[in-house]
Design a protein. Structure first.
Length: 147
């Protein structure tokens, strides 16, 4: 992934998280087998050219390390950025077959908020998921107040 132009969508994930890395490896193995509409590239945010991807997305700060640490990001060649559950939905839609139907369902208005809640719960608890380790835990936001 050199330069600002990307040929295929890019999935940006937390490469330090064993759970996230396992999910990406699963996707690379199983979702690419049904791919009818082109490829996609998975890149850990720690090695991604986030500034260049942000420039592709219009330079609005959508591609920050802080955001990429908290949620997976899907960046289209046109510069559109999807995060969290909607990034997963776009990946599934791109994969074709039955996966595309599941992705489209996740993107529907009535289902989208539920998909977001489930994604955020998994994200907050990824260190407890299969393959997760203590290194997968998200950093706390802000200072912790003692009572």
């Amino acid at each position: 992934m050199k330069g600002v132009a990307v040929k295929d969508p890019v999935l940006v994930f937390d490469g330090d998280c064993a759970f996230c890395s396992s999910c990406v490896r699963w996707g690379e193995k199983y979702l690419r087998q049904t791919l009818a509409s082109g490829g996609w590239e998975a890149v850990p945010f720690q090695f991604a050219e986030l500034a260049e991807l942000d420039a592709l997305a219009g330079g609005r700060g959508e591609m920050s390390p802080e955001r990429a640490e908290r949620e997976v990001l899907w960046v289209t060649p046109a510069g559109r950025v999807y995060g969290g559950a909607q990034a997963v939905a776009r990946l599934l839609m791109r994969s074709g077959g039955a996966w595309a139907y599941l992705g489209a369902l996740m993107a529907l208005g009535p289902v989208r908020p539920v998909a977001g809640v489930v994604y955020r719960w998994v994200s907050r608890n990824r260190h407890r998921m299969p393959g997760g380790t203590a290194a997968c835990a998200l950093p706390r936001r802000g200072p912790v107040q003692s009572v």
